[in-house]
Design a protein around this ligand. Sequence first.
Ligand SMILES: [Zn+2]
Length: 124
Amino acid sequence: MRATPNADTRPEIRLRSQLHRCGLRFRKNYVIRTPARVVRTDIAFPGKRVAIFVDGCFWHGCGQHCRYPQSNAAWWLAKIARNRERDLEVNSALSTDGWRVLRVWEHEDPFATAQRVLRELADP
Ligand SMILES: [Zn+2]
């Protein structure tokens, strides 16, 4: 759980340093104004139109790690369902606007993710 959803998280920072190590230059917290909505990405390659999100296991409902708190379980369930719905809306707003979207879980290995990013960028 993170107290301030907009602050940089450790998984984002780890992924960014791995991307730097691969010699990649990118923008962090890059804002994209699509016709449908304004989206703040975690990492973006504007030239390639590739947007990356590092989704927190709790807030985005990772099947392996998201455990709803015992109290107010129904409220949390609804809250996380709304977050997931918004993720889909964001994905569709971006892809309609010509962006490729890569979503990774915070639990994923930054090295493996960096390899995926490299492949995505190499794909014309
Ligand atoms: Zn997870």
